[in-house]
Design a protein around this ligand. Sequence first.
Ligand code: XMP
Length: 512
Amino acid sequence: TVLIIDFGSQVTQLIARRVREAGVYSEIVPFQLAEAAFHRLKPKAVILSGSPASTGDIDSPRAPQAVFDAGIPVLGICYGQMTMCVQLGGRAESSTHREFGRAFVEIQKDCPLFAGIWSEGTRHQVWMSHGDRVMDMPPGFEIFAKSPGAPYAVFGDIARNFYGLMFHPEVVHTTDGARLIHNFVHKVAGLGGDWTMAAFRAKAIEEIRAKVGSGRVICGLSGGVDSSVAAVLIHEAIGEQLTCIFVDHGLLRQNEAEEVVTMFRDHYNIPLVHVEAQDLFIDALEGEVDPEVKRKTIGRLFIETFEAEAKKLGGADFLAQGTLYPDVIESVSFSGGPSVTIKSHHNVGGLPERMNMQLVEPLRELFKDEVRVLGRELGLPEHFVGRQPFPGPGLAIRCPGGVTREKLAILRQADAVYLDEIRKAGLYDAIWQAFAVLLPVQTVGVMGDGRTYEFVCALRAVTSVDGMTADFYPYDMEFLGNTATRIINEVRGINRVVYDVTSKPPGTIEWE
Ligand code: XMP
C-alpha cells in the first residue's frame, strides 16, 4: 500500500488514481487520522498532498513524524514538500509571489525519480499552484530541478528516498506527471504492479463469499455502470443467492429498461425482478414543479417500491450497493461549516436500517475508471461499461415544470437523436455527460407554410473529471446546427433547440 496523506488539496484523489494506474494499491487519509492509519496500514511508501494551508499559518497541518522515521520513501507534493522541508529541519516561507499554472522546470541533476524520462539539462512542462517556497533545504537534501519562479522545484535526498516537488505531478498538465509517480512507486519505492483488476476480482469474490456465507443478497439495479458491475461480480461469487430488483420508474431513456432486463436475464442469467412502476411514479409527479419535491417524491417511492418487492421475495440478509471510493473517502475541511444542500440525491441510503440488512459494497475501494476496467474484465459490453452517468431521478429532472407522459415521450426521442449524433461524430467518450432537456416553454415557429407553437429543447454537454466541476463542451457550430435540424424534423412537439453554455459552478450539470 501507498498511503496518501491529504492536507486538503482539490486534486488529492488524482494522486491515488495515478498510483493505482502504476499498479499499486493506494489509500487516502485526512492528515488528522494519518498517524493511526500509518500504524494500521504499514505502508511501503507515503505521499504528502498539497493544501490550501501555508506552513507559516498557526496550527498548519503536519505529517506524523513517524512517517519520516520509518525508513520508507516519502514524496511531498506542493504543500507536502513544504511540510517535509520544515519537519526535516529546513525552512519555508509564505511568499507574496504566488505561482499558478504552466511553468517549465530545468533538470539540474539526475535522480531515480527521473529515471528514463528526465535528464540533466532538459526542460519540461509542469503545473504549479503554490504560495509557499523553500528557503533552506533540510540537511542531506539537494536540488534536482528548478524553474524561474521556484529554485527548489524538485529537491530530495537520494539516500533516504525523500523527494519533494513544488508542482503537481498528478494533474494532466504536468506532461510527464504520471511517469514521475510511476517512478516514485516502482524505481524509488521498489513496489511491484500487483494492483490489477484481475487480482481485485479474485480477491473481491473471496471476500463476498466469506461475508455472505449462505445468506441471501438483493441488489437494486439502476441501469448504471456501478450497480451493474457490483451485481455481476456478486453473482459470480454467490450465484443464485443474489436477486436483482430493477425498479422501472418510467423515467429512463429510450430502450434503457429493455437493455437492462435483457442483459441480466438473458446474457448473465441473473435472477431479476423487473418492477413496472411507471404509473406509480408518473402519477405522483404529475403537476409537481418544485425540483426538490420531485426528487424527494422519487426517492421515497423508490424506497417503498423496493422494500415491498424485497418483502415479496421473503426478505434478504444483505443489500448490495455500488458505493465507490470517492463516496467513502473522508474529506479534509478547513472551513468546518455545514455545507448547504444543493440537491437531494436519490439513493437507497435509508433502506438497510429500515429493513435490518447488512451492506455488501464490493466496489468501495474503486474509482469510477477502475469500475469500468473491472466491468470489462467481467465481460460487460463496451457500450455499457463506457456509459455516461445518468441521475437516479432520471428524465424527471430534465423536464423542468410538470412531468407528463407526453413530455417524457418527446424528451426521450430528442435525447435519443442527440446521443445518436454524438456517437456518429465520435464524441461520446470525450464528453462526461450529454443530454437533452425539455423546457416548459412554447415558442412560435414556421414549418412548411404553417405556424407552429411547440416546446423548446435545450441541449447540454459537459466535460468533467468527477462531476463536481464542469465545463460546457465546445461543439462546432455545424454539429449543433445539424443536430438541431434533426431534432426538429424528427421529434413532433419541438420547434426550437438551444445549447446550454453554462459551466459548473455557477450552473449545475443537471437543470434541477
Ligand atoms: P449536478 O446536477 O449536481 O450533478 O451538477 C452532478 C452529477 O450527479 C448526477 N446526479 C445524480 N446522480 N442521483 C444520482 O445518482 C441523483 O439524484 C443525482 N442528481 C444529479 C448528475 O447527473 C451529474 O453526473
